[in-house]
Every structure is written in C-alpha cells, then in structure tokens.
Ligand binder design. Structure first.
Ligand SMILES: CC(C)(COP(=O)(O)OP(=O)(O)OC[C@H]1O[C@@H](n2cnc3c(N)ncnc32)[C@H](O)[C@@H]1OP(=O)(O)O)[C@@H](O)C(=O)NCCC(=O)NCCS
Length: 178
C-alpha cells in the first residue's frame, strides 16, 4: 500500500495512507467532531453512519475517489478526500475536502495530507485540484496559499451559518502545467 511519512512541527511522526475498512469509525468520529464545532463546514449535522464510511472506503478500491487518513504518532489525526468532478470533460479535476481534529491542528498534519494527496492525485491521473473554504478560515487559506493554490473567486454571502452570512473562497492548483 502507498504510504507517506512526514515530521510534525513538534517532532512527531505523521503517517499518511489510503483509508481501509477498519478506519471507518475514526473517519466518522473525526468528521462528526469537526461538524459539531459548527465553524468550519457548511454542514450542520453529520448524517452519515459508520456503514456509509465503510462503503465509501470500499468504493475507493474500484473508482477514482481518494480517501487518505493521517496519524500523528499512533493516533488518528484527520483525513482528506479527492473526488472527480461530475462532468465527462472534467475527469482530470478533483474536488478536495480536508479535516484535522482540533487537538492535532497547527503542527503540519493538514500540510502532510495535502502533499500526499497531490502525489497520489497525479498517480490517479488528476491534473488539477479544486477546493473552497470560508473567508474567515485563515488557517485553511494560509495552508492552501503556501502550497501554491490560486484564488479563483469569491461567492458573496454563499453560506448562512449560525454566525451569519459568510463568503465562500474558491481556489485551485494545477498539478501539471498544460
Ligand atoms: C484547515 C486545517 C485542515 C489545517 O490543518 P492543520 O493541520 O491545522 O494545518 P497545518 O498545521 O498543516 O498548518 C498549515 C498552515 O496553516 C498555518 N497555521 C497553522 N496554525 C495556524 C494558526 N494558529 N493561525 C494561523 N495560521 C496557522 C500555517 O501557515 C501553516 O502553514 P506552514 O506550515 O506552511 O507555515 C485544519 O485546521 C482543520 O481541519 N480545520 C477545521 C476543518 C476545516 O476548516 N477544513 C477545511 C475546510 S475547506
């Protein structure tokens, strides 16, 4: 299996690999915890069950979805998803989603997941990654900018969150220059 290793800002090992069936509980719990923070994602309730995650993980063995899991030391720290755009003509474009659990943030887990995803994405014939985030998510914006993602545009007042209306920032990166 493909694996990646990085070192965190405080010297711990960050291990990244494609998710396996047994990871479903961690992915489910991790996503639920970030949704429960109520600040970062335009989802209010994590409706998926562990079984949905199992099915998604199993589908990655047969389709072009990528589901990467990261461990800080031995502990689950976060995960990242890449999914192809729906259009026939955009199958070289992957949509990215990422979460790192609160207690594992700011030490390089997000960056490690992104770097592994770019490598693995290219191996799966993706040429471009697209993503979006809230305009006040400075950590995510810094992370993406530092990795070379460019601003595509801003959708004004695109989300009606408990804290009020918020802009969506769209970004992208070409993995291969055409
Ligand atoms: C956004 C998120 C994935 C980043 O993961 P992370 O593991 O905290 O990020 P990293 O530790 O790799 O840090 C990446 C960059 O963020 C910046 N950063 C880290 N901590 C920061 C802080 N406290 N304040 C401001 N910037 C910070 C740094 O510039 C760092 O870049 P560098 O290492 O190139 O200098 C994570 O914070 C998260 O899951 N947040 C909640 C869910 C979310 O927002 N998902 C993305 C929605 S699009």
């Amino acid at each position: 299996m493909r694996t990646w290793e990085y070192i965190s800002k405080d010297g711990r090992k960050i291990f990244v690999r494609p998710a396996q069936r047994d990871d479903a509980t961690n992915l489910h719990e991790g996503f639920r915890k970030v949704v429960d923070e109520g600040r970062w994602l335009p989802t209010f309730v994590a409706n998926a069950h562990v079984s949905d995650w199992v099915h998604w993980i199993e589908r990655t063995n047969h389709n072009r979805d990528i589901l990467l899991i990261a461990f800080l030391g031995e502990k689950y720290a976060g995960h990242l998803t890449l999914q192809p755009e729906e259009w026939n003509a955009s199958q070289h474009v992957a949509k990215l989603g990422i979460i790192v659990v609160n207690e594992c943030r700011h030490v390089g887990v997000g960056r490690s997941l992104m770097l592994a995803a770019e490598e693995f994405g290219m191996e799966k014939d993706y040429m471009k990654i697209i993503l979006s985030t809230f305009e006040d998510n400075t950590i995510a914006l810094d992370l993406y900018r530092n990795l070379g993602y460019r601003l595509v545009g801003v959708r004004k007042n695109h989300f009606n969150m408990p804290k009020g209306f918020i802009d969506e920032v769209l970004m992208e990166k070409e993995l291969l220059e055409l």
